[in-house]
Ligand binder design. Structure first.
Ligand code: ZN
Ligand code: ZN
Length: 284
C-alpha cells in the first residue's frame, strides 16, 4: 500500500504518495545532521524499528517523515521554530509546521542534536492506495551493495575549492567547480563508507571522496532515492566527525557542499542528468 496525507481543514496534500519503511538499514535513529528516513517513505512512531530512540515521541504526531518544504511551511511564529542553528520545536502543544492554508498540522526538527525529521499530527487525513509498482529485490540489492562497499577507499580526496557556494543563494553556485561528466564508486566498508567521484573536469588522477553513513548509501542505492533535495531543505548527512554534506537542486544543476575542518570544506556542481546517471550506474 501507499499513503498520502492531507490537511484536515482544507484538504490539500501535505505529502506525496509514500511507502511505509520496513528496511532498518535505511533508518537513522541517532546521527545528527542526517535525515531520519528517506524522502518517499514514512514510519509510524510506534513502529518497532524506532524502539530505543527518541523518535518515538511525541505520540500525538504519529507520522514520521523526511524533512521537505515542498508541501509544508514553517510556522510564522519564531518562538516555535528558532533553534541554535536550524528549525527546532518546543513540544506537541506548539506545532511549528503549517499547511499552505495556515492550519497548524506538523512538528519538525532540523537543529544540531539528533536526526532531522518532520511529522504530522494524528488529525492529518490518511489516504491509501494499492502500490502499483512496489520496489523489487530489496534484499538482493542490499547484499550486492554490501559486497561493493567492502573494497578500500584511498582517503586522500582532491580539494576542488568552491567554499563560497551556498545552497539557498543560487547566485553563488558559480563559485563551485562545475562537473559535467561524473562517475561514482563506493568503498570503505559498512562501518565507514564513502563515495568516490571521478570526472574529466578534475585533474588527472584526482577523485573526490565523500563520506556518508551506511543508511544514506542504502537509501540512494537500494531504495533508489533522488540524490538531492530542495535548496530550502537540502538532502543532508554526516557520519561522526567527518564533513557534513548537503545536496540540493536548482533548475538543471545540483550543488554538493562538504563542510569540515580546513580543506575538508569544498563544493562542486553537477549537471542534474550526469549526477542522476552516475547513481544509476552505481545501482548497476
Ligand atoms: Zn490546509
Ligand atoms: Zn543547533
Amino acid at each position: 500500500m501507499r499513503s498520502r496525507f492531507r490537511c484536515p481543514r482544507c484538504g490539500a496534500a501535505l505529502t506525496s504518495w509514500l511507502r511505509e519503511l520496513e528496511l532498518a538499514d535505511a533508518l537513522n535513529l541517532h546521527m545528527s545532521h542526517t535525515w531520519s528516513l528517506p524522502s518517499r517513505w514514512f514510519v509510524r512512531r510506534d513502529s518497532p524499528l524506532l524502539r530505543g530512540s527518541l523518535l518515538t515521541e511525541p505520540a500525538s504526531y504519529p507520522w514520521l517523515l523526511a524533512p521537505s518544504m515542498k508541501w509544508l511551511r514553517i510556522h510564522a511564529d519564531g518562538a516555535r521554530t528558532i533553534g541554535c542553528c536550524g528549525l527546532a520545536h518546543y513540544g506537541p502543544e506548539l506545532p511549528n509546521l503549517v499547511c499552505a492554508c495556515g492550519h497548524e498540522i506538523g512538528l519538525g526538527y532540523r537543529d544540531c542534536i539528533g536526526p532531522y525529521w518532520f511529522s504530522l499530527h494524528a488529525s492529518a487525513v490518511r489516504e491509501e492506495a494499492v502500490d502499483a509498482a512496489p520496489l523489487q529485490r530489496l534484499a538482493e540489492r542490499l547484499t550486492g551493495l554490501r559486497a561493493r562497499v567492502a573494497g578500500p577507499v584511498a582517503r586522500t580526496g582532491y580539494d576542488p575549492g568552491g567554499r563560497g557556494a551556498w545552497h539557498h543563494d543560487t547566485t553563488t553556485w558559480d563559485d563551485a567547480t562545475r562537473l559535467n561528466e561524473v562517475a561514482l564508486d563506493c568503498g570503505g566498508g559498512v562501518d565507514d563508507p564513502a563515495i568516490t567521484i571521478t570526472s574529466p573536469q578534475l585533474p588527472a588522477g584526482a577523485q573526490l571522496v565523500v563520506p556518508l553513513p551506511w543508511c544514506q548509501l542504502v537509501r540512494l542505492v537500494v531504495l533508489c532515492e533522488k540524490p538531492w533535495a530542495e535548496t530550502s531543505s537540502p538532502l543532508r548527512w554526516q557520519n561522526g566527525e567527518q564533513p557534513r554534506v548537503s545536496v540540493s537542486r536548482h533548475r538543471r544543476r545540483v550543488l554538493l557542499t562538504a563542510w569540515g575542518k580546513g580543506d575538508a570544506s569544498w563544493a562542486v556542481t553537477f549537471e542534474v542528468r550526469a549526477w542522476a546517471g552516475a547513481w544509476a550506474g552505481l545501482r548497476g
